[in-house]
Design a protein. Sequence first.
Length: 414
Amino acid sequence: MRRTVGALITSALILAACGGGGSGAGGGDTSPTVTAVPGTGVTTTVAPTTSPPPTTTEPVPPLTIDQMQVIGSHNSFHVKPQPVAFDAITAVSPELAESIDYTHRPLTEQLGMFGIRQFELDVFADPAGGLYAYRAANAVIGIDPVAPEPELQLPGYKVLHTQDFDYETTCLTLVACLSEIEVWSSAHPNHLPVMIMLEVKTQSVPEAAAADGLELTIDLPWTVPLPMTPELFDALDAEIASVFDPEQLITPDDVRGTDATLEAAVLGRGWPTVDDSRGKVLFTLNNTGDLRTMYTSGHPSLEGRPMFTSATPGDPDAAFVRFDDPNSPGLDAAVRAGYLIRTRTDSPTADARANDTTERDLAFASGAQFLSTDYYEPSQYFDSPYVVALPNRVVARCNPITAPPTCSDDQLAE
């Protein structure tokens, strides 16, 4: 029996709606279906089904600590010398005075108010105590050269920029500085890992001046720092251990694991995850050359040591590499290889005075994980809006070079 056109159209509609003659069942095709009715020249369109295709959610991989970027502070303890001392320094060397014309907030304020997650502390060995309790330059400018602070008489590492004249600091001893960080850390267990750089100082004032091309003609009883020894490095490690428990630290042993060298671990398995590193700190030794060699002697991959070294790629202890200048050759390759990098955004105060953001912007783009500045807030000593902060003042952001495409700044929130 011949079927009517209407019946054919109806059959076609039913067939299309049921998926007959289509690409398969399951309701996953959401494109319209166009069907021709045989022998009639009539076509009909069936609307797509409304059920969405099945979706799968890929898990977001955890971030590792080399895939973030944070702001740090340079000479984090430093306080500008008092006016009479600063004026005397200016009379001797205006360039030197300009370079130390900044003051940092206490470490706790840097952590809590400005999201600083990297510090730099200059340390002087003083195993007997009292070595830095006499400030020679004060005798010629009318200030009592005998320091009134009782902490300076105690044994242990002292924290200051330059003995005898640029000695003002927010925390006088290494243990005091580290204790301040530890108290804040324990009160904020979800914080991102904090890097603490220690720079061992061993030069006298005349030696430091000569290194900067300045000859001192004034004869004073300058304090002569102790040369470092393996025993003094062991004492430095011990001061770290006196403040932080092992579970609060990220150490070279933690990162190396069972790999043959620390570098092999970093370039192979990589760094710990951000979430596993929350509430922890890691220490780095800022010094290179003979002092780094002394620290690694007997510990080629920093076995048993709490501090990473400012190393050279290719060496067994290479995990952290310091590039003070964001223009440095090799920085980009080191970032991409998997090392942790610290660079500076301004040095020493010239960029901030001129509001020149060139170095700052290079540092941001470099992929260095730790960006060190003296200006997480504008200067209180000269008129300039210069400041170093991540967009929206976040504590950390996805690293522009090393972070995966799935990275979200929310993963780095505290």
